[in-house]
Ligand binder design. Structure first.
Ligand SMILES: [Zn+2]
Ligand SMILES: [Zn+2]
Length: 298
């Protein structure tokens, strides 16, 4: 039987997704509860976990490595970084990469999973808590991510992605107690989710546009600060495979700094880089051509 094509976008997502909505509500309540348990050690631990999940995991692994293959790394490093990404509670790698590849294919057009043209609230969080489109199984999503769907590690991690937070949560409870769980899990996950969602909402609404891309993507410094560099989103839409998103010296990009450290250690190679000077090239079908200028920027 042929695998059905997925239909994304607001009109295809009706009804409330109760499992996700209840989980999101619980995490927001836990995040607010953390403020009744102020504890410096717990707050520092949560900031460290935010970086592990958001930068090592989402920025460096899920996005720049798995979705766009902006650099190469040993499988052991890929698996470790991807496991870090599951701590963000943004779903497993197959779901995340499939959704994001569709976003690049259909950016701000029919079929984009989360375009602000269909509503600001929709693009931020609405698309997560409504409909059933977010819960297709790995075999359906696999057609968008055949590379990951073939890999037993990524398939297993996609199924069990939520378990990393259970393990870390139990460790925090054992060694730090309730404040560490509230800050390190509930506040940190909730805050990190909103940071990532701002890339879908704010950087398709507010900021500057260096490249005249077909979508509404923008460069936004405060979203970049909150996402370790993912807020240079117009640069990214113009040059999706570039491992570096902050192209000017003043565009702080911690995820790129992390990839640079891997490269210095010999753990990253074939690093794809775009430069400011590059206009957006298009092929004969008027599709943006992925830039594969290696080492164009020192
Ligand atoms: Zn985008
Ligand atoms: Zn992307």
């Amino acid at each position: 039987m042929a695998t059905p094509l997925l239909a994304y976008g607001r009109k295809h997502q009706s009804g409330v997704n109760w499992i996700t909505t209840i989980a999101m509500t619980a995490f927001h309540i836990g995040a607010i509860a953390a403020f009744f348990y102020i504890d410096l050690g717990a707050i520092v631990t949560s900031m460290l976990l935010w970086w592990v999940a958001g930068s090592l995991g989402i920025g460096m692994a899920y996005h720049r490595l798995l979705t766009h293959r902006g650099y190469k790394t040993p499988k052991s490093v890929e698996y470790f970084l991807t496991a870090c990404g599951t701590l963000a509670l943004e779903g497993g790698p197959i779901f995340w990469v499939a959704t994001h590849r569709i976003h690049h294919q259909k950016s701000d057009r029919e079929g984009d999973p989360h375009s602000p043209r269909e509503g600001r609230w929709w693009s931020h969080m609405g698309w997560i808590i409504t409909g059933k489109g977010m819960h297709h199984d790995a075999t359906v999503l696999g057609r968008y991510v055949p590379d990951l769907a073939r890999d037993p590690f990524h398939v297993a991690l996609s199924k069990w992605h939520w378990t990393s937070n259970v393990v870390v949560g139990l460790l925090l409870l054992a060694f730090g107690g309730i404040p560490y769980v509230l800050w390190g899990i509930f506040f940190r996950v909730t805050f990190g989710l909103h940071c990532t969602w701002l890339v879908n909402s704010a950087t398709h609404l507010w900021g500057s546009r260096r490249f005249l891309t077909r979508d509404d993507s923008t460069n936004n410094w405060w979203v970049a600060l909150l996402t370790f560099g993912e807020g240079w989103h117009n640069n990214h839409h113009a040059h999706p495979t570039s491992a570096r998103h902050g192209l000017a010296w003043y565009e702080l990009d911690m995820n790129w700094m992390g990839i640079s450290v891997l490269k210095a250690l010999g753990l990253a190679w074939d690093v794809k880089l775009a430069t400011i000077a590059q206009a957006v090239p298009h092929d004969e079908n008027d599709q943006p051509v992925l830039v594969e200028t290696e080492e164009a920027v020192a």
